[in-house]
Design a binder for this molecule. Structure first.
Ligand code: ZN
Length: 159
């Protein structure tokens, strides 16, 4: 059996916060605002794998109302979520992601981001791809006020 999953997330960008994508810190003058560390890509990927396995979503698993998750490492949340996915017999076939922000450019960080996701998802980097886009100066993303991430994954049940 195979199943697809889709995840999407958006975070406001503000000064004095780190700009994290899948645990990799990008050099930027603003970073993601959030209850956790705000890692927009980690959150989108977590929702994609949970959705594919029919295990709910990141908000249900790690409620923002719970102080336990304040400033949480979102890659740790992804590892916990994917552990539940694996317990159900699922393995990742592939993951494809799009991150949209005006700055910084993603390309210099792409291989590190792929490797970080691959390690968290028990996959080879070849199974994981991440694309960077801009919003062509349009809307809040184009104004540098937000970053958006989308992720789609394919899981295969092996048990
Ligand atoms: Zn988020």
């Amino acid at each position: 059996m195979i199943r697809v999953g889709l995840g999407r997330d958006l975070h406001r960008l503000v000064q004095g916060r780190r700009f994290l994508l899948a645990g990799v810190e990008l050099e930027a003058d603003r970073g993601e605002l959030g209850h956790s560390d705000g890692d927009v890509l980690a959150h989108a990927v977590t929702d994609a794998v949970l959705g594919a396995a029919g295990l709910g979503d990141i908000g249900a698993l790690f409620p923002p109302s719970d102080p336990k998750w304040k400033d949480a490492d979102s890659m740790e949340l992804l590892r916990i979520a994917f552990g539940k996915v694996k317990e159900q017999g699922w393995r990742l076939q592939n993951l494809d992601c799009v991150v949209t922000c005006e700055t910084p450019r993603l390309i210099p960080y792409r291989e590190r981001i792929r490797a970080s996701l691959a390690a968290a998802l028990d996959a080879g980097p070849a199974a994981i791809f991440v694309k960077g886009k801009t919003a062509e100066g349009l809307g809040p993303i184009g104004a540098g006020e937000a970053v958006d991430a989308e992720a789609i994954c394919l899981l295969e049940k092996i048990l």
